[in-house]
Design a protein around this ligand. Sequence first.
Ligand code: AP5
Ligand code: MG
Length: 214
Amino acid sequence: MNMRLVLLGAPGSGKGTQGERLAKKLNVPQLSTGDILRSAIRGGSELGKKADAFMSKGELVPNQLILDVMAERLAKDDCKNGYILDGFPRTIAQAEGLDKILEAANAKLDAAINIDVKEEEVIRRLGGRRQCSKCSAVYHNEFSPSKKGNICDKCDGELYQRGDDTDATIRNRLKIYKQETAPLIDYYKRCLKNVDGVGTGDEIFKRICSLIGI
Ligand code: AP5
Ligand code: MG
């Protein structure tokens, strides 16, 4: 289905988890700036080198760098029929940049979905998260483990723990989320859909689908 969605929510609220399901159902790409940057770091590119210095501390990568990456990515053919934006935009400046990209393409967002989860819960979630080094699928040691232990159920890639999922860095990410990203809830009020992000992954997915009518 032709849809352009933004996923908002604190670190650990489930943007990656729900983004993956939405992308499958809508048959559009899930564009996670976090995953794009982590793959650039693994590949050792210039972008990766620049981003690593910020990401390892839980700081935001500079707006212009992100906007350049996303302008290029959103111009690709697979974005013609829509996309799920996961972790972008993350500041008002990035949201304004996205508005310009959309305007130039004569396109508009269908909805901004805010996944609402309390801080104690996201801390619990991030502490046990594991991610696939090949396909970026998201797991949790306790809540949604891979059936194959440290190997991805979907692609047999190796699971790893993100370097920014440590106590001190998680706290910094949450602080920055409140300062820089939470204001986007107001910025997107014209197309905002608030979803209770507590429950099973299936329950939350159903809530989102019903909110956006799919
Ligand atoms: P990014 O990768 O976007 O990280 P984040 O925003 O901190 O969000 P997370 O990926 O940690 O959480 P999520 O909401 O995707 O939750 P998930 O589904 O994994 O960004 C990382 C860094 O990159 C930033 O700090 C910044 O440096 C940089 N960056 C990225 N984008 C940028 C931008 N636009 N501008 C500037 N800098 C940028 O779920 C978390 C865990 O919970 C998992 O283990 C999952 O299995 C589990 N879980 C999910 N749902 C449930 C549930 N319902 N019940 C129980 N457990 C659940
Ligand atoms: Mg994520």
